[in-house]
Design a protein around this ligand. Structure first.
Ligand SMILES: [Zn+2]
Ligand SMILES: [Zn+2]
Length: 337
């Protein structure tokens, strides 16, 4: 089967390796669509080569099983994007919060979803209905799930004006979800192409910080009130502080972007006097994916986030396109010739 080998320094090769064998609860999934994620920046630009690849946003068909109990051959599934194997017995697991499992073990998934087949534990195979195409299913749990979880925690609704900083795949997904809940959106990005992509969703305002001062512009748009909600997706420190500065008193902020690890917070001005709620959010949980599927069935335009599709042989071009910023979501179709 074909798989992608990440060599580092922007080098990628497509290899032919033996198909994995199912074993116990590890099943073989035929990958029909695999998305490139922003977290693959390190394997792509890093100096060292990976064992194979870090593809993790994918959907496909359960192809071969051994002792699987939860899925059967032929099931259409979306793959839950995790590098851990969860105990399913501890308190967080039982509440559906797999990410905070008290006994996580290394996952044996192999070789990464930029491949024709992936070996994966059956608990990570989440069934998808027939009316959800594979490319859309591939982006449910990570690209859509990450902002959905944050937006759900903040209870974004039709009375909210929402500031979204950074409109790459996660920010664009945050945009369509906020619009789905009928909020007004102000989108911020230094990339005009990505801002233009949002015009199809009826985004009310866009700001390019290279041209305009974000704080001034937001205050002008909101008549000096500030926004109700800020969703930070860029991971840049400047944007993190802009979110805290421009959210109105009693407003809500969620941090989703992961570049900068520390930010200059003014505890008195931001938290105490404005009484804002600030949360972080990481990935999604399996119990959130049926809600996202339902939203797609009700009209959430998830598929429009996918701007480019590539054959597996053209994975090098796929990564180049993704990290050039001239795209939103890029999908690899391992079986397209
Ligand atoms: Zn991801
Ligand atoms: Zn657990």
């Amino acid at each position: 089967m074909k798989t992608v080998h990440m060599l580092g320094k922007e080098q990628i090769e497509v290899l032919d390796i033996p198909e994995p064998e199912p074993k116990d609860d590890l099943v073989v999934v035929k990958i029909m669509a695999s998305g490139i994620c922003g977290t693959e920046h390190t394997p792509y630009y890093g100096k060292s080569e990976l064992e194979i690849n870090r593809g993790h946003e994918a959907a496909g068909i359960v192809w071969r099983t051994d002792k699987a109990k939860l899925v059967k051959e032929g099931d259409r599934v979306s793959l839950y994007p995790t590098m851990y194997y969860f105990c399913h017995k501890c308190r967080p697991c039982l509440s559906g919060d797999w990410y905070h499992c008290e006994h996580p073990m290394a996952h044996q998934r192999f070789p990464g979803t930029h491949s024709q087949y992936e070996l994966i534990h059956e608990d990570c195979c989440l069934p998808i209905p027939d009316d959800i195409p594979f490319d859309t299913a591939a982006i449910i749990d990570d690209c859509l799930g990450t902002p959905y979880r944050g937006i759900k925690k903040l209870g974004v609704n039709a009375t909210d004006t929402v500031l979204i900083t950074g409109v790459g795949p996660i920010g664009a997904a945050a945009t369509i979800i906020s619009k789905f809940f009928n909020a007004r959106v102000i989108a911020v990005d230094i990339n005009n192409l990505r801002l233009e992509h949002l015009s199809q969703y009826g985004v009310e305002h866009t700001i390019n910080p290279l041209k305009d001062d974000v704080r001034k512009k937001v205050m002008e748009i909101t008549k000096n009130k500030g926004v109700d909600v800020a969703i930070e997706c860029s991971g840049m420190e400047e944007a993190q502080v802009e979110c805290l500065d421009t959210v109105k008193p009693l407003g809500r902020v969620v941090f989703l972007g992961i570049k900068s690890e520390s930010t200059a917070i003014n505890v008195l001005r931001h938290f105490i006097l404005k009484e804002i709620t600030v949360i972080g959010s990481w990935a999604s949980r399996p119990n959130e994916y049926p809600e996202i599927i339902e939203m797609i069935q009700l009209g959430l335009s998830a598929r429009s986030l996918i701007t480019h599709k590539f054959k597996i042989d053209d994975t090098s071009a796929a990564f180049k396109t993704f990290f050039s910023g001239k795209s939103v979501k890029v999908i690899i179709n391992p079986w397209d010739q």
